[in-house]
Design a protein around this ligand. Structure first.
Ligand SMILES: Nc1nc2c(ncn2[C@@H]2O[C@@H]3COP(=O)(O)O[C@H]4[C@@H](O)[C@H](n5cnc6c(=O)[nH]c(N)nc65)O[C@@H]4COP(=O)(O)O[C@H]3[C@H]2O)c(=O)[nH]1
Length: 841
């Protein structure tokens, strides 16, 4: 039989030794070896530790070798134990180990060079090398296999494993150290055929394996330590350890894990394309903390690691490449070896993780994998940190301007107030609202509006100290918090500075825009002791600033508070006024001064307030405007007045012109014309009898849009009147451009017309200009006969005023219509062309 090409086959012509411990009868094994030609032509060294040499000799005499076996008696050398005979079944211990080694030495001296070591010897060698090492027996093997670790397999023949288990183990584990008595059983496994290429696992190489094993064991422990560190850093990162702390921990532990000297993280600054030290395991001097790289990135080790972010870069380089310089600053000790990997980032690498050694050495592939694993953990932590920051930014900062938002403002205000309480100083809260933001937004578009808000934010920040807070609450509302005040005059000066800064023109695209601001100021502790009250009071003061002409600042006061409280009350009730039917209209007659006859009426709104009684519009129209309630209310007025006027016509009264007041917000609403059409359609009222009264400010607010809307109104045949003429812009020139039918001279002029020469001159001029433009003039607020006479003489066209009739209810007005009211009823009047007033009766 030809010898099998088994991993167990021995090299011919070599002295071979088998060690048998003499605990068992090994004849069967020897017979099997002989049968398979293993023992052919070899010398057998039979070391016996526990059985007498004579007994062993008997084994060989009575081997019963198969025919053709060439094992000759002279091949067998029985080496008796040189030490004391050991008892059978003695436990493996140091004495055993030393004994075995002595025997091996002895055999070597006898010229046995290719000594095969059996498991006992392997164990002995290992035991002496690593006294702490435990042998792995039986069940423990399974556990280690499960953990995917190297396996030292012992006592294989004790029935724990069958051959297929062993084959599986060998297939999945590179490192199988064969243990005690294993060789015998292994021989019977068709091992080479099942796993060609694994023949390194042979008895022949066991000793080398053992040394390798010891090295591997060391490396293994090293890797385990590295893996443990990766796992720990991963846990820290997941557990939310602060980035700085995590980085510091990494650079502190990496040198130990890689047997290197020091380690650092360099951060990439994309603007100047430089790397700067983020953390270092060494204590850097002040000068070393600055920017790290003077050289171009591509010429440094770390720079290349960063640029070629998927590859670790080594110093010295593994090939023939010229070594790259390490980034400065470098600590005092020279760098003889280094490995750098990139720390990945979302859009570009964050930086580089580098480990350095003063000794010449090679970093192994596993070292680099470890380094990259740590870099990946740092990258994940950086990413999480960035996400946290992003969330923080969204939660506490205004997206458009980047300023603190309401939440952060409250936080800062609370902090400032508690410091102020302790330090007994004042804190000022300024509430700012841009004066014409809405119209700028409407005119130039939202993108320009946003741009303006950004500029405002920047100017505010530039106007205050760094310790102060500028926040945006939303829309065009900002708050400035002056955290430490010495005196109130200081606040006024800051407010003044802000007004000045914000009034400077802003370039939006190619348009220069000027906006102003109203500021309300409340000061802790006088105007409020908690953040909510302080801000509310600053807001109230801001309304006062708006009311008193805008582009100014006002301090909060208790008086103001009372006024605002009432206003808030009004607002709350006004919301329900429409539903509860608390609104109603009065009608005031308008007379033709030439004929003395009633030619029209003005519908005037009243609110029957459940607690305050009947309120005139000046008490609630402002609130309605601010809150937007003017839209449903205004619509209700137009519809109710048209319905009523139509009802009077249907009752047989001569049709009269119906004047209705339209507020600025109502007029500027995009649906205004549609709503008007709706009313006319629903009521069937003749548009030619409807007159809309608009104030000068409504007309002037947005001249371009106004002219279009006015034209739309005129197209429908509706009349237009300018209300309160003289109180607003008082510009006669725009009369030319707008299609008005009537001009109402404001009461304030009419009232003093007989006592104030200036007023008389103005009224005179206004009538003349209006007539020259074919616009009729109506004077309102006529209360006396003198006023009437003056207006008559100046050829005013129409009149309205208490002298002829106050605003009255529907019923009273119906009575008036029935009675056929005329100017003649009040004063004798000659209604002819060129008529004059008769003397009073
Ligand atoms: N002292 C004095 N006053 C006289 C005399 N003759 C008339 N008046 C008052 O002058 C105001 C005339 O209305 P206006 O100038 O359009 O001024 C109106 C108008 O601008 C506004 N308004 C009234 N109703 C409405 C409405 O339905 N919608 C809107 N948006 N505003 C309205 O409220 C303002 C005030 O309305 P009222 O309080 O009803 O006051 C009315 C009227 O009662 C007089 O001889 N002497």
């Amino acid at each position: 039989m030809s010898p099998p090409s088994s991993p167990l086959s021995f090299e011919r012509g070599q002295n071979v030794g088998f060690f048998f411990d003499g605990d068992a009868d090994h004849r069967a094994t020897l017979r099997a070896f002989a049968r398979d030609g293993i023992l052919h032509g070899e010398k057998i060294l039979y070391l016996t530790a526990r059985r007498p040499a004579a007994l062993i000799a008997e084994y060989f005499a009575d081997l019963g070798l198969p025919a053709g076996t060439t094992l000759l008696p002279e091949q067998i050398h029985i080496v008796p134990a040189t030490g004391p005979a050991l008892p059978l079944k003695a436990p493996l211990n140091e004495i055993w180990a030393e004994f075995f080694l002595r025997e091996v030495e002895c055999a070597r001296r006898q010229g046995f060079s290719g000594l095969r070591l059996t498991s006992e010897l392997l164990w002995a060698v290992e035991f002496l090398q690593n006294p702490g090492e435990r042998l792995v027996y039986k069940r423990q093997v399974q556990a280690l296999v499960h953990e995917q670790r190297s396996v030292m397999l012992c006592q294989y023949d004790m029935g724990c494993f069958d051959n297929s288990t062993l084959l599986d183990l060998l297939a999945t584990h590179q490192q199988v150290i064969i243990g005690r008595e294993f060789h015998r059983n292994l021989y019977f496994i068709p091992f080479d055929r099942a796993h060609p290429g694994r023949d390194q696992i042979t008895l022949r190489t066991c000793l080398r394996n053992l040394q390798d094993h010891s090295r591997a064991q060391h490396a293994f422990q090293h890797r385990v330590a590295q893996q443990a560190m990766v796992a720990e850093l991963g846990r820290d990162a997941l557990g939310g350890m602060a980035l700085e702390e995590l980085m510091r921990k990494a650079v502190t532990h990496i040198p130990e894990a890689l047997s290197a000297d020091w380690c650092r993280v360099l951060e990439f600054a994309p603007t100047d394309r430089q790397l700067k030290t983020y953390v270092c395991s060494l204590v850097l001097s002040a000068g070393e903390e600055g920017l790290a790289v003077a050289e171009p990135l591509s010429q440094t080790l770390e720079g290349v690691a960063l640029l070629e972010s998927n590859l670790p870069v080594l110093f010295p380089p593994p090939g023939d490449d010229r070594p790259l310089a390490c980034c400065r600053p470098l600590p005092a000790q020279a760098v003889a070896a280094a490995a750098c990997v990139a720390i990945p980032g979302r859009d570009r690498p964050f930086g580089v993780l580098g480990v350095y050694s003063a000794q010449q050495r090679c970093f192994e592939q596993e070292d680099l994998l470890f380094l990259q694993s740590v870099a990946n953990i740092l990258a994940a932590a950086l990413d999480r940190c960035r996400t946290d920051r992003e969330i923080q930014r969204l939660a506490f900062y205004d997206r458009l301007t980047g300023l603190p938002n309401r939440t952060l403002l409250h936080d800062r205000l609370e902090g400032a107030l508690s410091r102020a309480r302790r330090g007994r100083h004042e804190v000022a809260a300024m509430f700012l609202d841009l004066d014409r933001f809405k119209s700028i937004n409407d005119t130039f578009g939202h993108a320009s509006g946003d741009e303006l808000l950004k500029v405002v934010g920047q100017r505010l920040v530039a106007s205050v100290r760094q310790t102060d807070t500028v926040a945006r609450l939303g829309g065009d509302e900002f708050v400035v918090l002056l955290a430490e005040l010495d005196q109130e005059e200081g606040v006024a000066a800051v407010a003044q500075k802000i007004l000045h800064e914000l009034a400077r023109p802003v370039l939006l695209g190619d348009q220069e825009v000027v906006t102003t601001t109203s500021i309300g100021i409340a000061v802790f502790p006088a105007d409020g002791v908690d953040s909510g009250t302080l801000l509310r009071h600053a807001d109230i003061a801001m309304y006062l600033a708006k009311e008193q002409g805008k582009n100014t600042y006002r301090f909060f006061s208790q008086d103001l508070h009372a006024r605002v409280e009432e206003r808030i009350k009004v607002e709350t009730c006004l919301r329900r006024a429409l539903e509860r039917d608390e609104l109603f209209l009065l009608y005031q007659p308008q007379l033709d001064l030439r004929t003395g006859r009633m030619v029209g009426m003005e519908a005037l709104l009243r609110w029957n307030h459940p607690e305050l009684g009947v309120l005139t519009p000046d008490k609630f129209i402002g609130v309605a405007e601010e809150t937007g309630l003017i839209l449903p209310i205004g619509q209700w007025v137009v519809a109710t007045a048209c319905l009523q006027a139509k009802a009077w016509q249907q009752q047989g009264f001569a049709p009269l012109r119906l004047a209705v007041n339209i507020s600025g917000r109502q007029f500027n609403h995009p649906c205004f014309i549609d709503l008007l059409d709706q009313v006319l359609e629903d009521t069937g009222f003749n548009p030619g009898l409807l007159e809309l009264e608009l104030t000068e400010s409504t007309i002037m607010e947005n001249a371009d849009i106004t002219i279009m809307t006015l034209t739309d109104i005129k197209v429908r045949g509706i009349n237009l009147a300018i209300d309160d003429f003289g109180t607003g812009y008082s510009s006669l020139s725009y009369l030319k451009h707008f299609p008005f039918d009537r001009l109402k001279i404001a009461q304030s002029f009419v009232q003093d017309v007989t006592s104030d020469a200036d007023n008389a001159a103005i009224v005179d001029a206004v009538i003349a200009v209006a007539h020259s433009l074919n616009i009729r003039v109506i004077a309102e607020g006529v209360e006396t006969r003198q006023q009437l006479e003056f207006l008559f003489q100046r050829q005013c066209d129409e009149l309205q005023g208490f002298y002829f009739g106050r605003p009255i209810s529907v019923d009273q007005f119906t009575e008036l219509l029935r009675a056929g009211f005329s100017l003649k009823d009040i004063c004798p009047f000659e209604a002819t062309s060129g008529a004059r007033l008769s003397s009073p009766a």
